[in-house]
Write a protein that binds this ligand. Structure first.
Ligand code: HEM
Ligand SMILES: *[C@@H]1O[C@H](CO)[C@@H](O)[C@H](O)[C@H]1NC(C)=O
Ligand SMILES: *[C@@H]1O[C@H](CO)[C@@H](O)[C@H](O)[C@H]1NC(C)=O
Ligand SMILES: *[C@@H]1O[C@H](CO)[C@@H](O)[C@H](O)[C@H]1NC(C)=O
Length: 326
């Protein structure tokens, strides 16, 4: 085939960017949303934590060049993807749950539902199935043709990040202080590794001392679970009710029982503290702000062309890529 025919094929397989809208698949794949919900429910019955692990994908996908499923691409000989980036390596998990959703959707409606939309639907379902709010999701995203380890490294915050840094980072995405605090409430479910808090437990800001914001009883517990020289892959609950999506996370922050530095500093930092207090007292206000934040997060787009991947881990047009490079 000549270069121009291949290029033409590439163009027609890359749909143009439609605006996102609710019920995008109502005609092309009416069962899409119920299929996603079903697979997520089964995964959470098998392993409750998978709900948290899957909903975290929305953050890690949408922040790095928009919600385009770039973070699901495996590395190739010519592309270092996001899976081994600093924030994702040994940390993001449950990729296989997304594969399962994709397989079910490919059976029902081949080549129709993007991996990027799967992440958005699956996150919503994981929150709702954990007892949190539910909401209508806008759909119609396309999947990226590339991923960038460097972009993920440059953009995603480290577990050492503090609230003032995060306020600035979120502002770059047009997300407000309120959005930051509400979205951090996603840490109402799931777990983190000792690796992410060793510095706070033993050497905050290079002082050789623990972070004074940690409540002493909680610190004892963390010291026991995460001793110096111990296995830093051991995981610890992010709040006192790690399977329930509720406002316990905010109550814990007020009590000095936040797991991550990025969590506890939301309470110690004056600009974010009022929201932590408010959401700790009023779960409905938290849910409402969380939903608004998730919708804004889901609206982040790169504006780059894309495709509907058949396998979320690889682009459809690898063959064309290789040819164009040569
Ligand atoms: C505000 C900045 C944020 C920072 C610095 C941050 C950082 C982290 C870290 C370090 C972990 C534990 C990872 C590990 O130890 O392996 C974690 C877990 C998690 N994060 Fe965040 N996160 C942030 C915001 C968000 C947002 C916006 C969401 C979702 C909308 C989210 C969802 C989650 C979930 C659900 C988990 C638990 C995952 C599991 O159990 O597998 N995070 N986060
Ligand atoms: C927050 O983090 C930023 C950037 O890492 C740092 O410059 C600043 O000193 C930190 N603020 C506090 C209060 O620790
Ligand atoms: C604590 O952190 C400081 C500064 O980052 C470093 O120089 C020091 O070696 C660390 N101490 C320990 C015990 O890790
Ligand atoms: C954690 O587990 C991963 C994957 O099994 C391993 O490569 C890594 O070295 C471990 N990290 C620590 C800090 O023990």
């Amino acid at each position: 085939m000549s270069f121009s025919i291949l290029f033409f094929l590439l163009l027609i397989t890359m749909a143009t960017a439609d605006p996102l809208r609710p019920r995008y698949y109502s005609e092309t794949c009416p069962e899409a949303e119920s299929i996603v919900g079903d697979v997520i429910m089964k995964a959470m019955i098998r392993e409750p934590r998978s709900g948290a692990s899957v909903m975290r994908f929305q953050f890690h996908d949408c922040f790095v060049n928009g919600c385009d499923a770039s973070m699901l691409l495996d590395d190739t000989p010519t592309m270092l993807g996001e899976k081994l980036s600093l924030s994702n390596i040994n940390s993001l998990r449950s990729y296989e749950v997304i594969d399962e959703v994709k397989e079910a959707l490919e059976k029902a409606c081949p080549g129709t539902v993007s991996c990027a939309d799967i992440i958005i639907m699956a996150s919503r379902d994981a929150v709702a199935l954990s007892g949190g709010p539910s909401w209508e999701v806008k759909l119609g995203r396309k999947d990226s043709l590339t991923a960038s380890q460097k972009d993920a490294d440059d953009i995603m915050p480290s577990p050492r990040a503090n609230a003032s840094f995060l306020v600035d980072l979120f502002a770059k995405f047009d997300l407000s202080i309120k959005d930051l605090v509400a979205l951090s409430g996603s840490h109402s479910i799931g777990q983190g590794r000792c690796f992410s808090i060793m510095f706070r437990l033993y050497n905050q800001s290079g002082s050789g001392k623990p972070d004074p914001a940690i409540e002493p009883k909680f610190r004892e517990k963390l010291n026991r679970l995460c001793p110096i020289g111990g296995d830093e892959n051991v995981t610890v609950d992010l709040d006192a009710t790690p399977q329930a999506f509720d406002n316990q996370y905010f109550k814990d922050l007020v009590a000095g029982r936040g797991f991550l530095n990025s969590d506890e500093t939301l309470y110690t930092y004056p600009w974010t503290r009022p929201y932590v207090k408010l959401y700790g007292k009023d779960q409905d206000k938290f849910f409402k702000a969380f939903v608004e934040g998730m919708i804004k997060l889901g609206d982040l787009q790169s504006g780059k062309p894309g495709e509907i991947r058949t396998n979320c881990r690889v682009v459809n047009s690898r063959a064309v890529d290789v040819l164009l490079e040569s």
